[in-house]
Design a protein around this ligand. Sequence first.
Ligand SMILES: NC(=O)c1ccc[n+]([C@@H]2O[C@H](COP(=O)([O-])OP(=O)(O)OC[C@H]3O[C@@H](n4cnc5c(N)ncnc54)[C@H](O)[C@@H]3O)[C@@H](O)[C@H]2O)c1
Length: 476
Amino acid sequence: MTHFLSTHCTFTLPKTSKSNFKYQNCSSAVTFQNPKTSHLTLKSQFRSYQNKPFTALATSTIGQDIASKAHENSNDQFLSPKNKKVMVIGGDGYCGWATALHLSKKGYEVAVVDSLVRRLFDHQLGLESLTPIVSIQNRIKRWKQLTGKTISLYVGDICDFEFLAESFKSFEPDAVVHFGEQRSAPYSMIDRSRAVFTQQNNVIGTLNVLFAIKEFREECHLVKLGTMGEYGTPNIDIEEGYITITHNGRTDTLPYPKQAGSFYHLSKVHDSHNIAFTCRAWGLRATDLNQGVVYGLRTDETEMHEELCNRFDYDGVFGTALNRFCVQAAVGHPLTVYGKGGQTRGYLDIRDTVQCVELAIANPANPGEFRVFNQFTEQFSVNDLAKLVTKAGEKLGLEVMAVSVPNPRVEAEEHYYNAKHTKLIELGLIPHLLSDSLLDSVLNFAIKYKDRVDTAQIMPNVSWKKIGVKPKTVSV
Ligand SMILES: NC(=O)c1ccc[n+]([C@@H]2O[C@H](COP(=O)([O-])OP(=O)(O)OC[C@H]3O[C@@H](n4cnc5c(N)ncnc54)[C@H](O)[C@@H]3O)[C@@H](O)[C@H]2O)c1
C-alpha cells in the first residue's frame, strides 16, 4: 500500500550557492527561495511502502552542510531510531564495537552477536591489539554505567544456525548489520586450513543470516559489510555495484565484474552473490557496503572511557596500511611499503564507518532490492600514505623512513584506480578526510602505547605464493 507523507524544511543558503536540489524517493517537490534572505523552503511529498515512509533527503550543489541540515530537519519517520532494533553481528570487533556504541547512543536498541573468535585468532597467532581491550561483557557494563543504555549480548557462532535462530527470535531485529566475518586477507592465505575456515565461516555465516531473516524477520534490512577488494584493480572506473554494458547491440545493467585478490576477498564475492540472489528470489532487502580500508581509533563513544577503547591492529596479519604505518613510525621501524607502493585503494576514517552504517539503516533498501554502496572517502596509494606519515611523524620529532619490502601478495603495484563513491554522500555522509590533526592523534596514540608493540609482528610473513596444505604457525 502506498502512502504519501508531506515534509517541509527550511534552509539558509550562502549567497553564492545554487539551489540545485536532488530528491530521493520523492514523488514531487517544490522549492521556494526568498531572494533577500536566501532562505530556501522545500515542500515535498515522499512515497511510503506498507505504511513505512521511504527516506527522503535533499542534497544540493553547495554540498554537505545542506545535506546534513536536510537530514536533521526532515520529518521522515524512517530517520528516527525510536523503537528500532539493530543486531550488530561481529559487534566485538574493530568496526562492530564502534558501530554498536554509536547506534546505541543514537537511540537504537542494539544487540551484539559475536563468537569472540577474533580474540581467539590473536591467542593462536600470538598477537595483541596495540590498545588494551577489556572483555565484551565489561565493555557493555561500562557503557550501561556511563549512559544508562543497555546493549544485549549473544555470544555464539552464526555458523551455528540454532544459535542464530534463537538470537533472532529473542531479539527480533529490524535491521542486521553484519560485520561478523574472518576479515584478514593474509589470515586466509596462511595455509589450507585457514583458507577453508575463512570461506566456511564467512559464506556459511552469511547464508545462515539470510535464512534467519527469511524465516523469522522477512522485513528486516540486512546491512552487510563487503569490501572494495571485491572489485580488484580493473583498468576502467569502478562503479557502485553495477555497470551498464552494451554488447553486440544490446544493453543491460549487470553486477560489476569481481576480481578478488585473496581467499578472504573471494568469500566476500560469494557473499554478495548469495545476498543478491535472495533479494531476487525471496524479496529480501539488503545493502552491501563495499568498504575501503579503515583507519583511526577513536569515535565519540569509544573515547568516553578507557574500557570502551577500540582494538587497534598493527601486525602483519590483521593490521591495515595506515594504522600499521603510524605504529611503525612511533617505534622507529621503517615504514613497510610492499613492492613499488603504487597500490591504490579507497580509505576511510572509522568515524565514517559508523556514520555510513547509520545512514544505510536509516535509509533502508526496498524489498527485493540489492543495493551496493562503495564505502570510502578518499583514495591513496601506499606511497602517498608513507609520505603523509613521514611528514606527520617528523612534525612530532620522530625519525621516519620508508623502505620497500618484497611484496608478499600477488597484486598490481602500479595501476589505474578510480572508484565511484557518491551514494553515501547523497544520503548525507559528511566525511572526515585524512588530515594532519588525525594523523597526529593516531601517531600520539601509537606513541602512548609503544611499549606494548611487539616489533617481531611488524614484518609481513604470509606469502600468497607459498601457501600450502601444511598447517603453519605464523608467530615468530
Ligand atoms: N577493518 C577494515 O579495514 C575493513 C575494510 C573493509 C571491510 N571490512 C569488513 O568489515 C567487517 C568488520 O571488520 P573488522 O575490521 O571490524 O573485523 P574484526 O575482526 O575486528 O571483527 C569481526 C568480528 O566478527 C566476529 N566473528 C567472526 N566470525 C564470526 C562468526 N562466525 N560468528 C560470530 N561472530 C564472528 C569476530 O569475533 C570479531 O569480533 C568485516 O566483514 C570486514 O570484512 C573491514
